[in-house]
Design a protein around this ligand. Structure first.
Ligand code: FAD
Length: 276
């Protein structure tokens, strides 16, 4: 669908000039957690030969993979098979030829999880240079600690409980108070770098995130996952949504072959079911 949209609306497609992906980046932004966002700022390859236009960024994968025997892309079916073969067999370096740059606005606690992905490149807004805006994330759902998993929440809604609702309210008010205190410290002359040190983790921060497709799929796999925290999952889901039409064949391969970890007992159980 996105490809059809591009074919209709891109002026480069009516000529034999290279296909410029930068022309279609306008639409690639998603609002996340009400005040946050993910925006695709740039991607590589930006130029795709006219005859390979339907491949989008997938073009660069095939182009790199075939360099070993000095050939470029072939027809879409053969190229599709090659991408799936590469993905399935973990021949990962051709996927590193595709790069994405995002502008992200997210709560600090989400950014902390995000920055653990070391293969990305980051540049974040600095509280030493700028006065940070009073934007805090307030969760719309609050649940109890999961009994089965040490990291996760259960699926209940504690905000129905008046007492818990009140405690959450106080907690959020506390975050707001910290911000007001920050503003007061700035006003009486305390430096920005010191005034910010006790700001809450639910404040929004902004950063640029640049990453290749191989490592981005690792990010999506880990963060758009059942055991990721809801908030970062929303961002990973938005990114998956943005890149899916830009590298459609790779995303098909990702969905088909992304690995799941099974214990030996689980594997044996599956094999038994299969035999029945
Ligand atoms: C559900 C969940 C819970 C988590 N809980 C915690 C937690 O409690 N505490 C915590 O600290 N982190 C936690 N993490 C972060 C996790 O340990 C990883 O750091 C993070 O997910 C990044 O994954 P990655 O290393 O695969 O990605 P990247 O950092 O992008 O690295 C990609 C790959 O490159 C290689 N690599 C990158 N850097 C190095 C390096 N320095 N040395 C060797 N190989 C490298 C590795 O093969 C790695 O898989 C959690 C992550 C998830 C998804």
């Amino acid at each position: 669908m996105f490809i059809n949209h591009l074919l209709k609306n891109n002026p480069y497609l009516i000529s034999n000039k290279p296909f410029m992906y930068s022309q279609c980046l306008k639409t690639s932004s998603r609002t996340v957690l009400k005040n946050g966002f993910v925006k695709l700022i740039d991607c590589m390859p930006k130029q795709i030969p006219f005859e390979s236009k339907v491949m989008g960024c997938d073009y660069a994968i095939v182009q790199a993979a075939r360099v070993s025997y000095a050939q470029g892309t072939k027809d879409i079916e053969t190229d599709s098979k090659l991408i799936k073969y590469l993905y399935k067999n973990k021949h990962t370096s051709p996927f590193e030829m595709v790069k994405f740059k995002f502008h992200v606005k997210a709560p600090i606690f989400v950014a902390r999880q995000w920055f653990r992905h070391r293969m990305g490149n980051y540049n974040e807004i600095s509280g030493r240079y700028t006065i940070l805006p009073n934007e805090i994330y307030i969760p719309s759902k609050v649940s109890s600690q999961s009994k089965e998993n040490k990291q996760l929440s259960s699926n209940d809604d504690l905000l129905k409980d008046e007492n818990i609702n009140e405690h959450m309210d106080d907690y959020i008010k506390g975050a707001n108070n910290q911000f007001n205190q920050y503003k007061k410290l700035l006003k009486i002359g305390v430096s920005r770098e010191t005034a910010r040190i006790a700001l809450p983790l639910n404040m929004f921060t902004e950063f640029y995130f640049c990453i290749d497709l191989h490592n981005l799929l690792n990010f999506i796999k880990l963060r758009n996952s059942w055991n990721a925290q809801y908030e970062i999952k929303e961002y990973a889901c938005a990114i998956e949504d943005i890149i899916s039409p830009l590298c459609p064949i790779t995303m098909e391969a990702y969905k088909e072959y992304k690995t799941v970890t099974l214990t030996n007992a689980e594997y044996q159980k599956l094999m038994k079911i299969d035999k029945k």
